[in-house]
Design a protein around this ligand. Structure first.
Ligand SMILES: [Ca+2]
Length: 455
């Protein structure tokens, strides 16, 4: 049950021929095809009857996971929720050593953030006597634009729903005009690298490695890449929750994160098998681990306990839980129960302090303290700051055909505005073109889906 290209191709052939195994793992598009071909078992009752409380809790971690595996009231697969915050938990990563050098505090508003960006550009934060740093990281994927929009409660990369229950693509929102204008000003003033349009994330990361950036919008795992590249510069990155540009808190876009499904077919004698396997995987991998292992025991147990050949079902909040247990342990000194994974993580973090270890650095930035990537995610969850993608299912048929073109059009338009083309005319032309090039058709399909699933 390993997801790889060969597996996907083989499975697509099996779905086309109707010759499927008793149970298998698939993606959302494959699930839709299997359901439409009438090949999947309705496991609504099986799920109620056989799923353990822990499994149900894990599935519920993504509120849209079950919906996405359902069709016309029946549940046709066991979904494996991804980490809902994986793409959505964008933090402001700041170089605290630079802030210290300039006598600056972490910004609390969008205005203060912009002020800090100018200081990073103009005030020699690295103290080498040269004006050789940027204010805000940007690359040709427009990393940072989404976070900037989130500061104004806008969501250009997900489907959003209005008060009337009507769904639209967030990238078309008129409110993006002033946001893009603000970013254009940063570009015009050199706060943003004038060469960002020709730097993909890999190329642009070289400037992080060269110590030219101190402000980066990134997900919870940015400490593993690209921020790890700046270790030679003694960069001390800290993550902070996104600030707001209005009188309301920022809201964070949370793209739909459930992408894997376990299906059983009519030929299966025990159609509850995938549910039982998931129960077993969770129980043996997590519950028993908690019960059997003494707290703070030998971290080398990590690995032996982590994962079983063939089938692995994981809690979506695994990493967040590790970070939160370690933080609580640090802050309170309580005799809380740490798992082997926690101790392993903690010991790896210490390798940064003792040996400047790269993996230790990444662990520290991600799991470290109240200013780590995952800590920010917890803050967003505690304060209910995530806005879920209104569309939580496999791409529609029109999307399969046109979606990548429409996304490219948006990127191209935003880039033009940031680099100085007139905002109104450029944005309005984009909206018209987007709609005509398949966007209207897709929007109507999404609304149909939304009405059927949330009506
Ligand atoms: Ca400098």
């Amino acid at each position: 049950m390993v997801a790889n290209a060969q597996y996907e191709t083989k499975l697509n052939l099996s779905i086309a021929s109707g010759d499927l195994p008793d149970y298998f793992e698939c993606n959302g598009v494959q699930l839709r095809n299997v359901i439409e071909a009438g090949l999947a078992v309705d496991m609504t009752d099986l799920y109620d009857q056989y799923a353990s409380d822990f499994l149900k809790e894990c599935v519920a971690a993504d509120p849209n996971a079950l919906t996405s595996a359902s069709s016309e009231g029946g549940l046709y697969a066991l979904p494996q929720p991804g980490e809902p915050y994986r793409n959505g938990g964008t933090s402001m990563y700041l170089r605290s050593d630079w802030m210290k050098q300039l006598g600056k505090e972490a910004p609390k508003t969008a205005d203060e953030l912009i002020e800090l960006a100018y200081a990073f550009l103009n005030d020699d934060p690295d103290g080498n006597g040269e004006k050789d740093t940027f204010g805000l990281y940007m690359d040709n994927d427009l990393n940072g634009v989404n976070a900037f929009a989130n500061m104004y409660q806008l969501h250009p990369n997900i489907w959003v729903v209005d008060d009337q229950g009507k769904v639209s693509w967030g990238g078309l929102d008129e409110g993006m005009k002033p946001v893009l204008e603000k970013i254009a000003k940063l570009y015009a003033d050199g706060v943003i690298d004038h060469e960002f349009t020709v730097k993909d994330p890999t190329k642009a990361s070289e400037d992080i490695a060269a110590g030219k950036h101190g402000l980066y919008f990134g997900g919870w795992s940015a400490g593993y890449w690209p921020l790890n590249l700046s270790i030679p510069n003694d960069a001390d990155w800290e993550a902070y929750p996104l600030v707001s540009g209005t009188d309301q808190p920022a809201t964070l876009s949370a793209p739909f994160a459930t992408t894997r499904y376990y299906v059983t077919t009519e030929s299966c004698k025990n159609p509850e098998v995938v549910i039982n396997l998931a129960n077993w995987s969770l129980d043996s991998g997590y519950v028993q681990k908690l019960q059997l292992i003494e707290p703070r025991e030998d971290p080398t147990l990590h690995g032996r306990m982590n994962g079983y050949a063939g089938f692995q079902y994981e809690p979506a909040y695994k990493n967040l839980d590790i970070q939160q247990r370690l933080l609580k342990w640090q802050q309170t000194g309580d005799d809380i129960q740490l798992w082997p994974d926690d101790m392993d993580n903690w010991n790896t973090q210490q390798l940064f302090y003792s040996d400047h270890d790269q993996n230790g650095f990444s662990h520290k930035v991600t799991f470290g303290n109240e200013h780590s990537g995952l800590s920010t995610v917890q803050y967003y969850m505690d304060n209910q700051m995530f806005v879920d993608d209104a569309y939580a299912a496999a791409p529609t048929e029109s999307m399969t055909e046109n979606w990548s073109t429409l996304l490219a059009l948006q990127n191209e338009t935003y880039t033009k505005i940031i680099t100085g083309e007139p905002v109104d005319a450029t944005f309005d032309a984009f909206v018209d073109q987007w709609k005509a090039a398949g966007g209207d058709q897709i929007t109507s399909e999404i609304n149909e889906w939304y009405a059927a699933n949330h009506g």
